[in-house]
Design a protein. Structure first.
Length: 63
């Protein structure tokens, strides 16, 4: 079979390399949404109580 060989200029390869490098830097600063959501799912959950009748563990009523 015949193969098609495409010539890629050095400037185009350099441009593609710079784009990949810039994306890597950007992703290290601003993680992709999917990765951010996965990290939030694994984070411990903090519950806050906003009830007027909430009690401390020592039995004192908080209001």
């Amino acid at each position: 079979m015949d193969e098609i060989v495409r010539f890629v200029p050095k400037s185009e390869r350099e441009r593609a390399r710079l784009i990949r490098e810039a994306r890597a830097v950007y992703d290290s600063i601003f993680p992709p949404i999917d990765l951010f959501n996965e990290q939030q799912d694994k984070a411990p959950v903090n519950h806050t109580v906003n009830d007027a009748n909430a009690h401390r563990s020592n039995g004192i009523l908080l209001s």
